[in-house]
Design a protein around this ligand. Structure first.
Ligand SMILES: [Fe+2]
Length: 230
C-alpha cells in the first residue's frame, strides 16, 4: 500500500521552545529515513496470554472503587485506508482524579489513591475496537513554566501490527480550558491535527448508572493519522 506521511505541521515540532525539555532532548541532526519495506512488514505480535484479569478495568485494581468520575473510553484503531488494526496491543497510563501519578517521581501535594494504580493494557479485536474503564484523570501542575498545568489526559502506547504503525500519544477531553496554555498540546502546529487528540463524549458509550462514555478513534499512520503526543 502506498504510504502518505503526515504533513510537517501535523506532528509535534522536535524542538518547541515553549515546551522546555524538548530543547534538551530534541534531535539536532537530520532525520535518518528508513526504507518503508523494513518497517511495514514486521512488528510486535503480542499474545493475548499477556493480558491479566482487570487489565482493561483500571477501577478494579484496589480493594474498593477509586475516587473520581468513572468513565469508559472506547474506539477503533485504524490504518490509513480505514482498515482495522486487529489484535494489537494498546497500553494506557494516567494520573488519578486528583492529578497525581502513582510514581516515585511524582511528589506534588495531591493525594495518592490506594485504589488506583493508573495503568492498563488490552488488545484490539477483529474490527480494531477497544474499550476500557477508568476514572477521569485530573489536571496537574508541572515545572515547565510559572503556573503550568497539564490538561486532563490519558497516555496511549500503540504497537499496531507493523513497526510503521507504532504510536505513543495522549488523549484529551472535550472543551478543556487548559488547551490554550499547554505547550505539549500546542507543540503540534496544525489545529486540525491537534483536534484528532481530543476524545468526544458519547451517550452511546455511557453505561447507565456506572460511567460516562468517551470515544477516541485512532489512525496509526498516513494522511489523517493521530499525531504523536509526548
Ligand atoms: Fe501525563
Amino acid at each position: 500500500m502506498r504510504f502518505h506521511p503526515l504533513g510537517l505541521g501535523e506532528r509535534p515540532n522536535d524542538i518547541h521552545p515553549p515546551y522546555k525539555s524538548t530543547g534538551l532532548r530534541g534531535p539536532r541532526e537530520p532525520r535518518i529515513l528508513v526504507r518503508h519495506e523494513l518497517v511495514a512488514t514486521r512488528g510486535v505480535d503480542a499474545p493475548r496470554a499477556i493480558l491479566r484479569a482487570n487489565d482493561s478495568d483500571l477501577t478494579a485494581h484496589g480493594s474498593s472503587q477509586p475516587q473520581g468520575q468513572a468513565i469508559t473510553v472506547a474506539g477503533r484503531v485504524l490504518d490509513e485506508d480505514g482498515s482495522p488494526v486487529r489484535d494489537s496491543l494498546v497500553e494506557v497510563w494516567q494520573c488519578n482524579a486528583a492529578g497525581r501519578y502513582a510514581h516515585s517521581k511524582d511528589n506534588h501535594e495531591a493525594p495518592l489513591d490506594p485504589n488506583f494504580l493508573g495503568h492498563g493494557k488490552f488488545m484490539t479485536d477483529h474490527d480494531g475496537r477497544y474499550r476500557f474503564k477508568t476514572i477521569k484523570p485530573g489536571a496537574y501542575p508541572w515545572g515547565n513554566h510559572e503556573n503550568a498545568w497539564r490538561p486532563a489526559h490519558i497516555h496511549f502506547s500503540l504497537f499496531g501490527n507493523v513497526y510503521a504503525q507504532r504510536l505513543v500519544t495522549q488523549m484529551y477531553f472535550p472543551d478543556d480550558p487548559l488547551f490554550p496554555f499547554d505547550p505539549i498540546f500546542n507543540g503540534i502546529p496544525d489545529g486540525a491535527a491537534r483536534e484528532r487528540l481530543i476524545s468526544r463524549f458519547s451517550l452511546d458509550e455511557t453505561v447507565s448508572g456506572t460511567s460516562l462514555g468517551f470515544v477516541f478513534d485512532i489512525v496509526l499512520r498516513g494522511r489523517g493519522a493521530t499525531p504523536m503526543g509526548v
